[in-house]
Design a protein around this ligand. Structure first.
Ligand SMILES: Cc1ncc(COP(=O)(O)O)c(C=O)c1O
Length: 405
């Protein structure tokens, strides 16, 4: 198991806020210096619009092409042309949903889950509504917050045209068995959209082995800038109708990336992917190094989850949402949400903030699961860890929680 202490110095925010504990990764991670440098370098040296014949534009296109390649390596996409960028995952999902609404028909069915972030629910529910299609919900096992596969299997049929599931829950941390759901949904003839926003900083992603049709993530959740990313299967991206301006290209990826992109942040995306790849030993190709690094991150983060779960188990006033058995840490991200009978999540967050501990209270847009667990309107306190967090930080967080009465 590798600890990542030595990489903390690469993150200026961790030094600029010395003594602070960043347990807010699920809402956005900090960035290493090289991401900041890449953004500044883009703006200072290669700032131009796309497709010109002059030096800055040619160089700018080189940078954005590199971003497509970097994300193809990160997701193991078959080609960089299948990588689309946009403002954020939510906007990309809504963009795609307009096309989905055009191909759905009355009588068709769309399947979403009661565990997902609303950005992987509302775009498809609204597309179904526009098309006169029916929405089916995969339910959640309330005790461990896993998806109820039986409810998925009961409802999937040849009427199901679209299945939207998350790789991991940003609310309660569950890692879903998306490979099984994807396989069975594809066997039924559905198109599968996976939301990897929460999972992306925690482990390797391989769209080819998952067998899905679309997969979305956001660079600001995996040590990059605020940019959304959508991978789509080539045949679907080529054939689906797309809302776009007439002069923009019909070729991939331009067909789906109409409008000028956030070029400086695409430079930052390359740097974020390279940061992760460089956590692995050199002398292998970037994809292999990404897999190596993300696997090491996953292993390290399991030890963080174990420590926090053990600490919480010793404090019976806390209810841990979702998987709390330390033998099952492989089934969850290190995103551990809690409630207590006597104190609201907001009050905990405020006290932690007074101790320089940054954590979120509320439902984090995981609205359905918060409702299912009876936690609205207050939601929960979310303690979200990534590889730059340490065991010593967990001990300080637990001690700070104990101070609240
Ligand atoms: C699981 C999950 N899906 C989707 C989103 C939305 O991502 P974005 O902010 O890029 O729109 C988030 C953001 O928190 C998330 O955690």
């Amino acid at each position: 198991m590798t600890a990542f202490n030595q990489t903390r110095s690469q993150f200026p925010a961790l030094t600029n806020h010395a003594g602070a504990i960043f347990f807010d990764g699920p809402a956005g991670t900090q960035v290493p210096q090289r991401v900041i440098d890449a953004i500044v370098h883009y703006l200072a040296h290669t700032n131009a619009n796309h497709g010109g014949v002059f030096a800055t534009s040619v160089e700018s296109d080189r940078v954005t092409d590199a971003a497509h390649q970097a994300m193809a390596d990160f997701l193991n996409a078959p080609s960089p042309g299948e990588i689309l960028f946009g403002n954020n995952m939510t906007s990309l999902a809504f963009h795609l949903s307009r096309s989905v609404a055009k191909v759905l028909k009355p009588g068709d069915e769309v399947m979403v889950t009661r565990l997902d972030h609303d950005a992987n629910v509302s775009p498809w529910v609204l597309a179904a509504r526009d098309a006169g299609a029916t929405v089916r919900w995969i339910s959640v096992n309330k005790d461990d917050c896993t998806l109820d596969l039986a409810s998925f299997r009961r409802q999937i049929s040849d009427k199901t045209k679209w299945v939207a599931v998350g790789l991991a829950s940003n609310g309660v941390g569950t890692i879903n068995d998306v490979a099984t759901i994807t396989r069975e949904a594809k066997q039924a003839g559905a198109t599968v959209f996976l939301d990897a926003v929460h999972y992306a900083p925690h482990g390797p992603i391989d769209v080819q082995s998952l067998g899905c049709d679309f997969l979305a993530c956001s660079a600001y959740k995996f040590f990059g800038p605020h940019v959304g990313i959508l991978w789509g299967r080539r045949e679907l991206l080529e054939t689906l109708p797309c809302y776009k301006v007439r002069p923009s290209s019909m070729e991939l990826p331009g067909k789906w990336m109409t409008g000028t992109q956030n070029h400086e942040c695409l430079a930052g995306v390359v740097a974020a992917v390279d940061y992760l790849a460089d956590l692995a030993p050199p002398n292998a190709n970037r994809r292999a190094r990404i897999v190596h690094a993300m696997s090491a991150i996953r292993d390290y983060e399991k030890t963080l989850s174990e420590r926090l779960l053990n600490g919480l188990a010793a404090r019976p006033r806390f209810r841990v949402l979702g998987i709390r058995d330390v033998k099952r840490v492989a089934e969850r991200a290190p995103t551990i949400s809690i409630t207590a009978k006597d104190v609201t999540p907001q009050k905990f967050a405020e006290h932690l903030a007074s101790r320089q501990i940054f954590a979120w209270a509320g439902n984090s847009y995981a609205l359905e699961v918060s409702e299912q667990l009876g936690l609205e309107p207050n939601g929960f306190l979310r303690l979200g860890m990534v590889h730059y967090n340490t065991p010593a930080e967990i001990d300080r967080v637990l001690a700070a929680l104990d101070e609240v009465r």
